[in-house]
Write a protein that binds this ligand. Structure first.
Ligand SMILES: *Cc1c(COP(=O)(O)O)cnc(C)c1O
Length: 230
C-alpha cells in the first residue's frame, strides 16, 4: 500500500514538474508521518523514501528512537523535519535530534535553536513559516515581518537558513490554491534578490501539490496520499 502510494505521489510530482517546464528532480518529497508509527516509516524507507516530516515533538522522538538503526534502501540515513508548531520550552530536543525545522516563526525560537544545536552536528536547516492566509489563529510570521526575521536568522551561527514554508487555509478552489502559493513564491524571490541564500520553498500537500509545484515549490509535504487518512 505505502509503496504503491509513494509511486502514485512521485508520478504526480513528475507530471506537475513537466506541466510547469521544471526538471523532474526540482521538487523533493517530504513524507509526513504524523500519527503513523515507526513501522509505516520503515516501510516507506524500504522503498527509498528518506525525508520524513513530523508535527509533534514527543511523537517524533519516540519514532526516532524506534528507528535508530534504520536506513532507507540505498543506504541513506533518515532525515527528520519538524513541520508542526514549536514552543520555546521544547527547542532543546529539536535542536539535538532534528535535521530541519520548517516552522520557525519568531526570532526567540531561532536563537534558542542556534544556541542549543550541538557542536558536533552540522548547522540545523531552518525555514521561516509564513502566515499567508492572515488568520489570527494560525502560526507563521506575517509576510511584512519576514524580511527582518530572515535577515536576523541568517546571522545565527548554528542555523542554516534555507527558505520559507507556508500552510495555507485548505481550499478546494484551484485559483485560491495558486494565489496562496504564488504569494509565498513572490516573497521568496524578493528575498533571494536581496542576496539571501534561500534554496527551499516548502509548500503543497496531498490536496494541492500540483498548484504548489506550478507556483515554484521545491519541497512538497505529503501525508494522507502516502500513509492514508488520519
Ligand atoms: C499534516 C501536514 C501536512 C500533510 O498534509 P496531508 O494533507 O496529509 O498531505 C503537511 N504540512 C503540515 C504542516 C502538516 O501539518
Amino acid at each position: 500500500m505505502i509503496s504503491h502510494n509513494l509511486q502514485l505521489v512521485s508520478n504526480r510530482i513528475k507530471l506537475a514538474c513537466a506541466a510547469a517546464d521544471r526538471p523532474s528532480d526540482a521538487v523533493l518529497l517530504l513524507a509526513v508521518a504524523k500519527t503513523f508509527g515507526a513501522d509505516a516509516v520503515r516501510e516507506a524507507a524500504a522503498w527509498g523514501q528518506f525525508r520524513f516530516g513530523e508535527n509533534y515533538v514527543q511523537e517524533a522522538l519516540d519514532k526516532m528512537d524506534a528507528l535508530a538503526d534504520a536506513r532507507a534502501s540505498g543506504g541513506q540515513a533518515l532525515e527528520w523535519h519538524l513541520i508542526g508548531p514549536l514552543q520555546s520550552n521544547k527547542t532543546r530536543p529539536v535542536a539535538e535530534r532534528f535535521d530541519w525545522v520548517h516552522s520557525v516563526d519568531r526570532l526567540k525560537i531561532a536563537q534558542r535553536l542556534s544556541e542549543q544545536r550541538p557542536a558536533h552536528l552540522p548547522p540545523l536547516n531552518v525555514l521561516v513559516q509564513v502566515n499567508t492566509s492572515g488568520e489570527e489563529s494560525k502560526s507563521g510570521a506575517a509576510p511584512t515581518e519576514v524580511p527582518d526575521l530572515v535577515r536576523a536568522i541568517d546571522a545565527l551561527p548554528r542555523l542554516r537558513l534555507r527558505g520559507l514554508m507556508a500552510l495555507p487555509a485548505p481550499s478546494p478552489d484551484e485559483r485560491a490554491q495558486h494565489a496562496a502559493h504564488h504569494g509565498l513564491k513572490t516573497l521568496f524571490d524578493s528575498l533571494r534578490a536581496e542576496g539571501l541564500p534561500l534554496d527551499t520553498l516548502s509548500m503543497g500537500m496531498s490536496a494541492d501539490l500540483e498548484a504548489a509545484i506550478a507556483e515554484g515549490a521545491t519541497m512538497v509535504r505529503v501525508g494522507t496520499a502516502i500513509f492514508g487518512g488520519r
